[in-house]
Design a protein around this ligand. Structure first.
Ligand code: ZN
Length: 248
């Protein structure tokens, strides 16, 4: 790619991060916290999903159909039995494209194909045709992807940190990484306290949930601390779709 091409691509990425494609004014009666899992590492399901279920709440699992029985970042991803378990447990199955590609690397046609495959796959598992939630693989966004996501999904979730409050960019919801190496109990408490004070919607994202997590995962202890602290502070814990459907 030429230098000019690279510059335009970078500019597009930067504009896309801040340009609001699909906005909505959502007023929350109670602060809300969502726990989201990208790539559907098996431990996210068997440990994280199980933990949230035991607390009577739901999480959002952004999965790639092409990773069923496969690996991402050397971690085993979902099996079909895992997906059935998530559905039975009331968790949300959501799209992360079919083949875990960076949106900014795809042409419009390639992205449309990825979206179509992903939606068909997930709908075949949940057995409905509801609008799905989406998260951008690797947090890769550009304006075209945001436009397509806003047309094809209920919401898109990115990796820009921030609380979702007031006028939200529904095509790129803000979220904080719940990565063991980057988070602490103090920071979790600070973020949840902020959600309470501002009556906003705090979204966490992570990958695997295990005692020795990958650099993109979290320990069960930290996940449990975050969930318990949110409940203790009278936050609702809801999946992304549950939050959005409460406004419909
Ligand atoms: Zn991913």
């Amino acid at each position: 790619m030429s230098i000019a091409g690279k510059f335009i691509e970078k500019l597009d990425r930067n504009i896309a991060r801040y340009a609001c494609v699909k906005s909505g004014d959502l007023v929350f009666e109670q602060p809300v916290v969502s726990f989201t899992f990208d790539d559907c590492a098996r431990t996210a399901i068997t440990v994280g999903g199980e933990m949230l279920k035991d607390k009577g709440v739901s999480g959002t699992f952004y999965l790639c159909g092409g990773l069923t029985n496969g690996f991402e970042n050397e971690l085993p991803c979902q099996t079909e039995e895992d997906l059935a378990y998530l559905v039975e447990s009331g968790h949300e199955l959501a799209s992360h494209l079919y083949n875990h590609k960076r949106c900014a690397d795809l042409t419009g046609d390639q992205l449309a194909l990825e979206i179509g495959l992903s939606k068909n796959y997930i709908n075949s598992i949940i057995g409905t045709n509801e609008q799905l939630s989406f998260s951008y693989p690797f947090g890769s966004v550009n304006l075209r992807a945001k436009r397509m996501v806003s047309e094809q999904f209920l919401t898109g979730r990115g990796i820009n940190p921030g609380l979702n409050v007031g006028r939200l960019d529904l095509s790129c919801l803000k979220a904080y990484a719940l990565y063991e190496d980057q988070i602490s109990a103090q920071k979790i408490a600070f973020l949840i306290d902020m959600a309470v004070k501002k009556k906003g919607w705090l979204i966490f994202y992570t990958h695997d949930v295990q005692t020795l997590p990958s650099p993109y995962g979290v320990t069960p202890k930290t996940l449990e601390y975050a969930a318990d602290y949110a409940l203790q502070e009278n936050c609702e814990i809801r999946s992304v779709a549950e939050v959005m459907n409460s406004f419909r």
